[in-house]
Design a protein around this ligand. Structure first.
Ligand SMILES: [Zn+2]
Ligand SMILES: [Zn+2]
Length: 313
């Protein structure tokens, strides 16, 4: 049985602030040096121009937050305690957040015991997943869970900024090999109620910071899926199977390409696997997944399920 092994990074809390190279807002060069064939994502204001006043307000909020950074002393992303650098956690929150560290299952990114020689966790030895690799930045516990929920419900959109920093670190390898980054979509009815897709916000932030082209509508939900709460791993997979499709107009964008999917929480992997299956069936050569938080898997029992107020996966 793979024992869960996680450790907080040894780095100083200030390290959770933006790296100097990431702070300026200019997309970093890709590690492989390949030229980008596609245009950079539109600016927030240009995006907002097409969506009216409410969209403009939403787009201005992060800009105002950025302006406020210049006026006020930096605060902890979560508890608002004063810190040295903006968009960082204070030492107390940092100690509470469990950042996922090596050794990991090479497939699903689950922390595994360093004593084990196997590259995969027990779960991945006995199941088929349509994505190649998944990685997540923090465990869905304590501060990691609080931050994820605050972002999901749109109360703390500003969390997306440091969250993207952590995700870029956790998923650097996946980012470097990807051609396009796309969020797990919400069903349009859920988006209408919530008015905010946290996965899209994270994917956009990562795109802006890394230069990886963003495509917000690469995938569509073809049907609303019942809530995953309380379902077994198998039932979750059945629940999500066939729930996603690539619109015809987007097929050329993924033909033979590597796609990086972004979601806020990795629970059973069922949603990401269903998305990856749809992308692969439409011609994607490879699909990887990057999440903000990961539910700690129980080796033998049912997976812990974020309650419905918490998550849809
Ligand atoms: Zn704090
Ligand atoms: Zn695994």
């Amino acid at each position: 049985m793979a024992r869960l092994l996680t450790s907080a990074p040894s780095a100083d809390p200030a390290r959770s602030a933006l790296d100097a190279s990431e702070r300026g807002g200019r997309p970093a060069a890709r590690a492989d040096g390949r030229a980008r064939a596609e245009p950079a994502p539109p600016s927030r204001l240009r995006r907002a121009a097409g969506v009216g006043w409410s969209g403009l307000k939403g787009a201005l909020r992060p800009l105002l937050a950025d302006a406020a950074d210049l006026l006020y002393p930096p605060q902890c992303t979560w508890c608002r305690a004063e810190v040295q650098e903006a968009h960082a956690l204070c030492p107390a929150c940092w100690r509470e957040a469990i950042f996922i560290a090596h050794p990991l299952c090479d497939r699903c990114g689950s922390p595994i015991s360093g004593a084990e020689d196997a590259p995969f966790c027990d779960h991945c030895l006995g199941r088929r997943l349509a994505f190649a690799r998944a990685r997540a930045a923090v465990l869905y516990e304590g501060v990691g869970r609080d931050l994820t929920l605050a972002l999901k419900h749109g109360d703390r959109v500003d969390v997306a900024r440091p969250a993207a920093t952590w995700m870029i670190r956790a998923g650097r390898e996946l980012i470097d090999r990807a051609d396009v980054i796309a969020p797990v979509p919400l069903h349009w009815r859920r988006l209408l109620v919530r008015r905010f897709n946290q996965s899209a916000e994270l994917a956009r932030r990562i795109s802006l910071r890394t230069g990886l082209p963003y495509c917000g509508d690469l995938l569509a939900r073809t049907r609303a899926t019942p809530m995953q709460r309380g379902l077994s791993r198998e039932a979750r997979a059945a629940n999500q199977a066939g729930a996603f499709a690539v619109p015809q107009r987007r097929r050329a964008r993924i033909e033979g390409k590597a796609v990086l999917l972004v979601d806020d929480v990795y629970a059973s992997g069922a949603t990401l696997s269903a998305c990856a299956a749809a992308l692969r069936a439409s011609g994607a050569a490879r699909v990887d997944a990057l999440c903000l938080a990961r539910v700690a898997p129980e080796a033998d029992g049912p997976i812990f399920s974020p309650s419905e107020s918490e998550g849809s996966e």
